[in-house]
Each structure stands twice: as C-alpha cells, then as structure tokens.
Ligand binder design. Sequence first.
Ligand code: NAD
Ligand code: TYD
Length: 353
Amino acid sequence: MRNVLVTGGAGFIGSNFVRYILQVEPQVHVVNLDALTYAGSLENLRALPDPERHTFVQGDIRDRPLVERLLVEHEIDAIVHFAAESHVDRSILGPQAFIETNVMGTFTLLEAARTVWGNRRDVRFHHISTDEVYGSLAPDDPPFSETTPYAPNSPYAASKAASDHLVRAYGHTYGLPVTITNCSNNYGPYQFPEKLIPLMLLNALEGKPLPVYGDGQQVRDWLYVEDHCEAIWLVLRRGAPGETYNIGGDNQPANLAIVRQLCALLDERFPDSPHTPHADLITHVRDRPGHDRRYAMDIRKIRTELGWRPRHTLSEGLRKTVDWYLANQDWVEAIRQREDYRAWMERNYAARE
Ligand code: NAD
Ligand code: TYD
C-alpha cells in the first residue's frame, strides 16, 4: 500500500481515517476524493499530520473519467470507499440520493478499478458498510455474524446492501481483490450533528429539547471512531481478499441510556448551568417509520483472525467525544449557522412534535 484513494474522506469517519492512516503509515500518500455534500467539509481536515502526503480532490465518485484519471495519475494501489449518503432519516424523506451515490457511485468506482487495474492482484478495493444491512434483532436473537442473511429495512440500509452485493460480485466474477467491513454505529470527533450523539450534545448545551424517538429503548452497538479506523487499517493490511469482517463496539445500551449518560457528563462539566440537570430536556417524539429495534455485532472473526478489539469503553469514548465538541465550538458554530442545517432540523423535527 503506497498510494491510497480514500472516497468520502471529508466526512465523519473518512476524515478520521485520513488522519489515522497519515499517522500510522509514514510512507503512504492519500488521495481524498469527496464531493463536499452537506456532510463533508474541509474543516474536518484541518491540522492533518504530514499534510504534504494528502491530496484533496473535490469531485463525485460517479464521475468515472475523474476516478480513472486519479487511479492512473496517482498510481493508486488501494481504494478505501467511505463516500455515501449516510443518514437513515434523510433516506426516509428523500431516498433518491442514496441510490445515486451508494449504488451507482459504488458501481462506478468498481468499474473504474476493474478497467484501470485489469488483472492485478497486488491491489485492494475496500468497501465500508454497516450492520444495518442485516435488519433488526429481537431481544433474544444472537448478534449479527458475517453469515447473517441480509434484510435491510430502510432505504439507506437497502442502498448499502446493494453496494455490498456489487462489491462481492466484482470479487467473485472478475477476481477484483475486494474486502468489506460491516460496522456498527460510530461516534466521536467530527460527526455531523444530525446523528444521535452530537445532536443530543449540541441541543443539551443550548437547553433545547432532546428528541428521543419513540420509547428510546432501541439498541445500537456503539463504537468509538478511532477504533473503527484501526480495524479498517488492519483489514487493509492483513484481511484476506473476498472476505467480510464485522466490526462493533461490544456494548449495546438503549438510546435513552446513551442520552442520559451524555446528560450526566454535561451536568458534571457544567454544574451551574441553568440547564442542569440536562436529563430534564429529554422529550419523547414521534418514532422513525420502520425504526429498527436492535443491532448487535458478533466480532469474533476480526478478533480471532486479525487480533482486533475495541480499545475504548463507551464511557471513555463518550468523555472524549464531549471534550472534543466542547473544545471545538467554532466547528460546531459553523454548522449551526448554515441554512441547510437549520432547514434539515426544521424538516425532520417540526413534524414530530
Ligand atoms: P458522512 O455522511 O459523515 O460522510 C460522507 C462523505 O461522503 C461526505 O464527506 C460527503 O461529502 C461524501 N460524499 C457523499 N456523496 C458523495 C459522492 N457522490 N461523491 C463523493 N463524495 C461523496 O458519513 P460517515 O458517517 O462518515 O460514513 C462513512 C461510511 O461509513 C458510509 O459508507 C457509511 O455508510 C458507513 N458507516 C457509517 C456508520 C456511522 O455510524 N456513521 C456506521 C457504519 C458504516
Ligand atoms: P442515528 O445516529 O441516526 O443512527 P442510525 O439510525 O444509523 O442507527 O440514530 C441512532 C439511534 O438514535 C436510532 O435508534 C435513532 C435514534 N435517534 C433518536 O432517538 N433521536 C434523534 O434525534 C436521532 C437523530 C436518532
């Protein structure tokens, strides 16, 4: 791995990954292709370690001539594909972009890789996917394993499932050296404040209601983003072509418990705030249509085959996350001021009250 094309590297996980790989791989050069949609920002790429080994290109993964040119000109030998529309609520209100980017975009990247790489086997196409492709678990079901049948429930999950199938098929049919990781819910620095944890954090700081969907007893498997980056890097270096690895945080609290933990952390930091106790801001609102009840990941494969395990407990990760958002108020403020962000908050939440 000398020249890595990261797609979606100005988004939440992608930017954390760019930072991570520049740190741990002193020889690697990263080309970062990102369309800078509402979810991507150059602000997420400030103060990179060794920035001369990072080239940012604003462009769309569906632009095949552009992708082919980048693969050739930068002699790319690994693609790490994060770029996607990633928010379930947006997929419910407007699914088309999810099909275009997640399905057509992945297809375009695969075609470009197949064309430029031909029969090379010393390359890697790594696709980042989600636990949501497996559907929803009942309370006593065992966690998702790599062989759990796909049963995606939201347009987002369906579009990711479709892209996973394409990646797998390109490995099987054309011998493209592919790997896939399916990861659970991430949290940490640079997460766009439309997702549960940063949204609750920012609302709580402003004394706004904390909108918990339905009864708040839905369960997610939370993973600190840096641990995810480490897992991807391991799969890139040591994962076997054609294989899929599940990644998860090994902890599954209900949403309400997560929100309460965040409130407790803020109470600790701001005992004199007029909003303390912050848990008083919790408000149950109308549920998400088709809301998956429970996700949980069986991570034995990546643990036994590659020796990976999450390093952060949930409370350590949440503490770091709260500290990061408090220390980066300028980053937060820039998003809060944006018209498209306000419009999204209005569109998604006004109708739930
Ligand atoms: P994000 O929404 O924060 O970032 C997505 C990035 O992709 C943005 O920078 C955006 O500008 C870029 N992008 C979107 N459409 C593009 C296009 N057509 N061409 C080029 N760039 C485009 O997403 P994230 O949370 O960082 O997720 C990254 C990946 O990880 C996604 O594939 C997602 O499905 C997957 N994933 C996310 C989570 C999670 O909890 N966030 C969990 C498991 C898997
Ligand atoms: P989210 O961060 O959108 O991730 P995903 O839907 O991909 O799991 O949501 C995490 C959980 O939090 C999910 O069960 C929905 C719930 N949720 C709320 O209760 N309120 C909110 O305002 C948001 C954004 C999410």
